[in-house]
Design a protein around this ligand. Sequence first.
Ligand code: ADP
Ligand code: MG
Length: 275
Amino acid sequence: MKQIALYGKGGIGKSTTSANLSAALVNQGLSVMQIGCDPKRDSTRMLMKGVLIPTVLDLIRERGEQNLSLNDVVFTGYKGVRCVEAGGPEPGVGCAGRGIIATFQLLERLSAFDEDVIVYDVLGDVVCGGFAMPMRKGYAQEIYLVTSGELMSLYAANNICKAIARISQNVKQVCRLGGVICNSRNLPDEEQLVSAFASRVGSKIIAYIPRDGLVQHAELHNQTVIEYAPESDLAARYISLAQAIITNKDFIIPTPLEIEELENIARSYLPKIHQ
Ligand code: ADP
Ligand code: MG
């Protein structure tokens, strides 16, 4: 079983990328489970024909953990992809990462971790205990950062590198960075900037996903790009991402940057007129 996690800033495109990745993987004949680890709870929506499935945390609150079975929390989506949403607490109450911890405990008890590939789609703005959970205890041993060339998203990616480096200090925990997915915001020299960041932390870009209105068209049809436009160039990008992840052998413990270093790299790629 291969367990991978996509981490990145909120709104950067983790769920779009994760859902298309899962769809591409299932089309390669693999069994896949996608676990949304973000209180936004819409990770698996495009795999579920636009339906927001109930979250594990809500179900636990409503029915109690002991009364839940596998079918209550795991939903079958596009071509059999199994979908789970951890959920989060009511805004302003409790720890946002708690849904993730509760979800993992429940899925363990129900022996749900039983697929060729598990894709964790994790909010990476705050890497507190809850959000670091997929990196811990041998769950996701391969981490992929989703970022654009925007400073705030690189900043979040760098923080996730710090978390990986810290967790890796514990020799018993295998948690490695597998690469950086550049989800473009159409900035000038964006791929070069993200590539420079990736190499400075000791990694590389594993896929470049262009900004493409097809994502919104597919969304309006409640589908992933893989389902909505399987012959498109964008679908081909997600298919090669899936291929690159499946065949990846290049895993590292990242060396995070100091904030000044990060800002200097970003500054060096600003168009001349703004410098
Ligand atoms: P996250 O899961 O990181 O919070 P989402 O995957 O929900 O982010 O993406 C946020 C929005 O950005 C989505 O509504 C989607 O339409 C848009 N988006 C993501 N990736 C792309 C892309 N490559 N091209 C165009 N729009 C995109
Ligand atoms: Mg999301």
